[in-house]
Design a protein around this ligand. Sequence first.
Ligand code: THU
Length: 129
Amino acid sequence: MATTELIDLAIETSKKAYVPYSHFPIGAVLVAKNGQIFTGVNIENASFGLTNCGERAAIFKAVSEGVTDFEELIVYGETEQPVSPCGACRQVMAEFFSKDLKVTLVAKDKSTVVMTVRELLPYSFTNLD
Ligand code: THU
């Protein structure tokens, strides 16, 4: 799927966000190396700390389906500047993505910033090596 189509899918996906508290919908589209696509939205809770971000929803869906090899991630938010993933999501990305994986961050006017996982979370924590 072309990047413009993936961006449109992220925008469509964001409409499914469960955001009664923040009214800040996020849509994430995760492309696996095998071509499968996993979407994710932020899902909030009356107990605010239980909120789960769109990025992690997409990653957890994929891993739950046994898919762990990823190509790229697109994240859309209704923001002036391309949306910036939270620290928790960056750490989860670092767990499952290669350091060079392309993350496309998208603003409400569809402008983008493209970053790698390495750039999003430099000198990231690991206990595997
Ligand atoms: N949120 C995401 O889903 N992804 C991010 O990268 C940043 C924040 C959500 C969490 C919450 O539902 C809302 O945006 C406001 O923080």
